[in-house]
Write a protein that binds this ligand. Structure first.
Ligand code: SAH
Length: 241
């Protein structure tokens, strides 16, 4: 009897903890879907991102799973968030915009440089066949890879390394998305872009003057570049920095 009572009180305690945790996070798991829907309509669709596949991916990927516990409460806010190692997960709108600009298709193979939390890779992976993602910081590469695996994204491959050099073994890529800012477009990455492919890259030596660019390589291999918007990204570092 005493044992039964203690089991009951344990169960009660657990449920109190769960309720408290959900309260502390500002929402339970179901509410995150509501927060995501709200994020997509207010922060993303209202600002002009209209590709339905991108909007659906943003509605689906659980952003809160890609941020540290201390940030879960704020995961769906209109802002970048710290993910450790002095790095950040980009603002949701920027992730959606870069995904749309890459014009991802179901049969595409995409390279991402700057895995960070793994969130952008997951959004791309909802749309394309396979995402290869490179992260220079080994701790982040490991954490992102674990989260992606846990969530079932088996079409994302993460490795630690200097993304400036791309991933020759899996090139050429239909699209390349760079989520850290180099001061010039990396030559090896232009080489690894398929004819007809697109690269989305923030370029600029200082955060205050970076520009988001789209590079297109035509069938003949000629590359043109368009400036889309001013942006602020962490700098692309080199291995020997
Ligand atoms: N796409 C990420 C956010 C990226 S923040 C997300 O969805 O969370 C930029 C990331 O680029 C950081 O994690 C940083 O460590 C990484 N980075 C910087 N220089 C790099 C390089 N040369 N190669 C690969 N990753 C790099």
């Amino acid at each position: 009897m005493a044992k039964a009572r203690s089991l009951i009180s344990r169960a009660l305690m657990l449920s109190v903890f769960c309720a408290h945790e959900a309260g502390a996070a500002g929402a339970g798991p179901e509410d995150y879907a509501a927060e995501r829907a709200e994020m997509v309509s207010r922060q993303i669709a209202d600002r002009g991102v209209s590709d339905e596949r991108v909007l659906a991916a943003m509605r689906k990927v659980p952003r809160h799973e890609f941020v540290p516990d201390s940030e879960k409460r704020t995961a769906y806010r209109d802002t970048p968030l710290p993910i450790g190692e002095s790095q950040t997960i980009s603002q949701p709108y920027i992730v959606a915009l870069m995904t749309e600009l890459a014009r991802p298709e179901k049969n595409h193979r995409v390279l991402e440089v700057g895995t960070g939390s793994g969130y952008q890779a997951a959004v791309l992976a909802e749309i394309v066949d396979h995402v290869y993602s490179i992260e220079i910081e080994p701790t982040l590469a490991r954490t992102a890879s674990d989260v992606l695996q846990r969530l079932g994204y088996d079409n994302v491959t993460v490795r630690s390394g200097d993304g400036y050099l791309g991933w020759a073994e899996h090139a050429p890529f239909d699209a390349i998305v760079i989520t850290a800012a180099p001061d010039h477009v990396p030559e090896p990455l232009i080489g690894q872009l398929k004819p007809g492919g697109r690269m989305v890259v923030p370029v600029g030596p200082i955060a205050s003057t970076q520009q988001l660019r789209v590079l297109e390589k035509n069938a003949a291999g000629k590359v043109t570049s368009t400036v889309v918007a001013p942006v602020r990204f962490v700098p692309l570092r080199r291995r020997d920095d």
